[in-house]
Design a protein around this ligand. Sequence first.
Ligand SMILES: Cc1cc2nc3c(=O)[nH]c(=O)nc-3n(C[C@H](O)[C@H](O)[C@H](O)COP(=O)(O)O)c2cc1C
Ligand code: SF4
Ligand code: SF4
Length: 273
Amino acid sequence: MLKDSINTIETIDKLTVICFSPTHTSRTIAEAVAAGMTAAHIRTVDLTLDRSDEPIILNSGETVVLGAPVYAGRVAPEAVRRLQRIKAAAGAVIPTVVTATYGNRDYEDALVELYDLAVSLGLSPFAAGAFIGEHSYSTQEMPVAEGRPDTLDLADARIFGGECARKLNSSGAFAPFHIKGNRPYKEVKHSGNQTVPEATDGCSLCGECVRVCPTGAVSVDLNARKVLTDPSLCIRCCACVKACPAGLRTYATPFAAFLHEHCSARRDPETFL
Ligand SMILES: Cc1cc2nc3c(=O)[nH]c(=O)nc-3n(C[C@H](O)[C@H](O)[C@H](O)COP(=O)(O)O)c2cc1C
Ligand code: SF4
Ligand code: SF4
């Protein structure tokens, strides 16, 4: 009986992971979900370092997994901007799984927002998951969800992917389903904090922070022998902090101590199908 039902599951042909993921956790989760969906062809379109405006056209026969980080209980605004390049070809139905990855505090309205974004882009979301990644502000001294997603998270993500594949093969796959979160979404109050990551003494000007910055906020001034960061471009994603090979780039934020104290109890992934 079980064998028969497994045999009737149609393999997904083309599966595309589309993500924005400065510190790689959203991408890792979205790819683990995709792996669990066992498609014939899987590719990743990582928009983190892709600042072009070119539309990303999706055609019939493609299935998508979206991955984006949670910033202040919402989808990271830069992720929204990048994902808005997606366009479903006329008449195409693009089954879509939405995944939001957050730093063990909370995802609040981010998952419903990502679902709504997918719908507005002409995609057909049928499953959603909130997963945990190491907090962007986590440091050795103030760890928050350090090392996540870990093997348990990745196993959960793959199992969820399998459930998504089964749902896609069922009748009524696109029927409305519940996702935790509110509409209208929470308003984000800007703290006015304009601090940005900075390099401490000893910086070799290797340029790795320039390379990984999603918004082009970092530059190396060879004359002044300094790394410069433009506060108007910086989204405080901490990609540069985590990528500095010498561990010299730091972001001084009071949130780190708060998160370490109040948001260290392990949270588990939540999925909606
Ligand atoms: C500006 C900013 C705001 C964030 N807000 C939240 C939040 O509201 N809740 C939470 O749990 N984590 C929050 N985080 C942590 C990220 O969601 C988390 O580290 C995520 O794994 C980062 O994804 P990435 O590795 O794909 O960049 C925030 C991170 C940044 C940089
Ligand atoms: S990655 Fe670190 S060492 Fe390299 S230029 Fe940036 S701050 Fe300096
Ligand atoms: S400079 Fe700002 S935007 Fe660029 S990687 Fe660092 S934290 Fe992210």
